[in-house]
Design a protein around this ligand. Structure first.
Ligand SMILES: [Fe+2]
Length: 241
């Protein structure tokens, strides 16, 4: 086994349950049988690894990475934060992938059915890797809210999807980021599957005036916590090294 400690168990009271009928898709996606508990294997405890060399220079800039004739329409924003583990240690070398609708609430996806127009200059996908202190940052435009076929008239609040690869597959996290002050967060059937209001608030990025770019972009701060290990913290054995 790995020389590092085992991971804390996932706190299932903090995460949404798999079966939540108000979010219709969960009915068929949720397990039909009791879960089995399996030991983690070495590859699950120690991989994957990523290198900065695999990323392009515009991968963390959604304002420019799909530009055809000019910059995309929308509220220009910077999203930044830190990736920490449950012991509050920064996690360097984490691969973050993010995707979102354009400023009108429309995705660039072949199954997208919303009538809002595509923006020819906005792709809506990007990625980056956290630095030595677990920090990440990317530029984009603020996504719009959009309707979706769930109830009769359900709308998603503005959000950015995140896929996060830490240093073990047990740290894999897929989540969504919302924007401070949006009243639609509290009317969303997906958000309402999360049982704890404090857990929902952890998904809401704060407007961060200190990192706003004057005459350019607003900033939002979004910290992400991955599963931590039970081992004692050693300065000479940082996570990811
Ligand atoms: Fe979405």
């Amino acid at each position: 086994m790995s020389d590092q400690g085992s991971f804390f168990q996932r706190d299932r009271s903090w995460h949404p349950p798999a079966f939540t009928p108000q979010y219709k898709t969960s009915v068929l996606r949720s397990p039909q049988f009791a879960l089995l508990s399996l030991e983690n294997t070495v590859s699950e405890m120690t991989g994957p690894h990523f290198g900065h060399s695999q990323l392009g220079p515009l991968d963390n800039d959604l304002i420019r990475n799909y530009m055809q004739t000019g910059e995309p329409i929308g509220q220009r924003i910077v999203v930044h934060g830190r990736v920490l583990d449950e012991n509050a240690k920064p996690v360097p070398g984490v691969l973050l992938e993010f995707w979102q609708a354009n400023a009108g609430g429309r995705y660039r996806h072949k199954k997208e059915a919303y009538l809002a127009p595509l923006d020819p200059n906005f792709g809506g996908c990007g990625r980056t890797i956290t630095d030595e202190e677990g920090r990440y940052r990317f530029r984009t435009v603020k996504p719009g809210a959009y309707p979706w076929p769930n109830g009769v008239n359900d709308w998603r609040p503005a959000h950015i999807h995140f896929s996060i690869f830490g240093h073990a597959f047990t740290q894999r996290l897929i989540t969504q980021m919302y924007f401070e002050g949006d009243p639609m967060i509290w009317q969303c059937p997906i958000v309402s599957t999360i049982p704890d209001r404090n857990a929902v608030e952890r998904l809401v990025a704060a407007l961060d005036r200190n990192n706003t770019l004057p005459m350019d972009a607003l900033a939002y701060k979004f910290d992400i916590v991955l599963r931590g290990r039970r081992s004692t913290f050693f300065e000479n054995r940082m996570e990811g090294n």
